[in-house]
Design a protein around this ligand. Structure first.
Ligand code: ADP
Ligand code: MG
Ligand code: ZN
Length: 499
């Protein structure tokens, strides 16, 4: 086996210009499949959401899902694409066990949407315009489960199981034009593009956009051009990179691998590659087929789609506030500087803060919780803010308990810890951990008297008018009440007792 040669990243970008192409597959959250009435819910028992059509049984015929076409057009419009006056489906012919018809019904040279763009904001605020070549409709395949063997992959497996629940689920494939001129920032651009696309699809409410469940999947094409080259180099296509971080890592890795190969006089094979999360490396998959291999031909069982201009304009009217418009509105509503907004965006806090405010919290309070205490918690657990097991509504409930005087800030943090530890709703945690502020003066008087009795010299000083000495007694009372007293009220009671 030859050892893996990688070029230092700074050398790569000094000698080569990367060219990227990103293909994103998004599963639509329609109730039913693309060409039949089977449900699309994720996680059902294998082969319980199937029928003759999505199993490709003889005599079955497809019927197009109108809701999927509607989503496709809305996605196209949101990506600034032109919408086809007339387009068709084609058959992409190949054998694969998880594809029972032996062809995939897909759009080919007549996509429903084409020639658009998406503006992508990088972490430092630079905006990169990514061209969209097309967004086309197709159907998903089933899933193979390889049993036995260490890796769960087909090599070394004892046998394979097939689940056709996913076969025929509506997919939109969104393909970028070649992305050039991003240099050293190519991996970051790739990640930022997929993030922006995910946010857009979420705003459109057309998909769950769960990369971990496969409802958003990205293939990353990459090639390198020597600085003086006139034409694009040969690309590789790294398949199904299934997290945002992996998109960035996969692109970066391919840059260092291809550069080393090219610099040593080698050439790049056009092939698919597999990204390994554990090592951060890509490995060769299959040699890339050409479109001729698939013997595409127009699907004879479906009529062409000719969306009327009136319908397209009607759908344009259903587009929601776009993520970038929303960010601008939030910036002005919350009075944030560009840098403050960018920080919130970069830590993924904007939606969480907005949802917390929607649940009744003052935005400034909501922001303070998410960017300080909760951000620390996320950091120490090594997860994204949104992955913390606490909801915006729960954070709003904690904020409300502080506002009503039931909790101090310190107690509130303990309540949040309890929620994060799975102890239930904030009110349950307050109850179970006995965290309510002691606001009952008679209980506080008892604690104050006890503390004064325990430290007679300090008590004497306070009686002499040395009010500053009260701090020691306040501390003792807070300790005795496990922090559940309002320190200001305790101080008032001490002064009262000593005057
Ligand atoms: P395939 O059928 O091989 O998946 P697609 O046209 O669906 O091809 O997608 C190819 C992607 O790769 C597109 O995003 C395209 O812009 C991009 N691309 C094309 N040529 C190159 C190249 N030489 N280097 C990098 N990306 C490329
Ligand atoms: Mg493709
Ligand atoms: Zn079906």
């Amino acid at each position: 086996m030859t050892t893996l040669e990688l070029m230092d990243y700074d050398d790569v970008v000094a000698r080569f210009d990367p060219v990227m192409g990103l293909e994103v597959h998004v599963e639509l959250s329609t109730n039913t499949k693309m060409f039949c009435g089977c449900p699309t819910a994720f996680g059902a028992e294998p082969n319980t959401q199937v029928c003759p059509t999505c199993l490709g049984l003889p005599g079955s015929l497809p019927a197009l899902n109108g809701a999927a076409v509607q989503s496709a057009i809305r996605i196209g419009l949101a990506l600034n694409c032109s919408i086809a006056q007339w387009c068709r489906f084609a058959r992409k012919n190949y054998f694969y066990p998880d594809m029972p018809k032996n062809f995939q019904t897909s759009q080919y040279d007549e996509p429903i949407a084409f020639d658009g763009f998406l503006d992508v904001t990088l972490e430092d605020g630079e905006v990169v315009r990514v061209g969209i070549e097309r967004a086309h409709m197709e159907e998903d395949t089933g899933k193979s489960l390889h049993v036995g063997g260490a890796t769960g992959r087909i090599h070394g497996a004892d046998h394979s199981l097939l689940d056709y629940n996913r076969a025929g689920v509506p997919l939109i494939e969104i393909v970028t034009k070649p992305i050039t001129g991003t240099g050293a920032r190519a991996p970051e651009v790739a990640r930022a593009y997929v993030t922006a696309l995910r946010d857009l699809l979420k705003a459109l409410d057309v998909s769950d956009v769960r990369m971990d469940q496969g409802s958003l999947r990205c293939d990353a094409n990459l090639s390198l051009m020597a600085k003086d080259a006139a034409e694009f180099g040969t690309r590789t296509e790294t398949k199904n990179v299934n997290s945002l971080r992996s998109v960035e890592r996969a692109v970066r890795f391919e840059m260092t691998r291809q550069a080393a190969l090219l610099a040593s006089g080698g050439s790049i094979t056009q092939e698919t590659r597999h990204f390994d999360e554990a090592t951060g490396h890509t490995s060769a998959g299959r040699r890339k087929e050409t479109s001729e291999d698939y013997r595409y031909f127009p699907e004879p069982d479906l009529v062409p789609i000719a969306p009327s201009r009136e319908w397209v304009e009607e759908l344009r009217g259903t587009l929601p506030e776009m993520p970038w418009e929303r960010r601008r509105r939030i910036q002005s509503d919350w009075g944030l500087s560009d840098a403050e907004l960018r920080d919130l965006v970069n830590v993924g806090a904007v939606d969480l803060i907005a949802a917390t405010a929607d649940a009744g919290a003052p935005p400034a309070e909501a922001r303070s919780w998410w960017v300080s205490y909760l951000a620390q918690q996320a950091n120490s657990r090594g997860v994204e803010l949104a992955e913390l097991p606490i909801t915006p509504a729960q954070v709003a409930a904690v904020i409300a308990l502080v506002a009503s005087g039931d909790l101090t800030k310190a107690l509130a943090r303990e309540v949040v810890d309890g929620v994060l530890a799975g102890e239930g709703e904030p009110a349950d945690v307050v109850e179970k951990r006995g965290l309510k502020v002691v606001s009952d003066d008679s209980a506080l008087y008892a604690a104050v008297d006890e503390a004064l009795a325990a430290q007679p010299d300090v008590a004497a000083k306070i009686r002499d008018g040395k009010v500053a000495a009260a701090g020691a007694i306040v501390g003792a009372v807070m300790k005795a009440t496990k922090g559940q007293a309002d320190a200001k009220r305790v101080r008032e009671l001490i002064i009262e007792r000593c005057s």
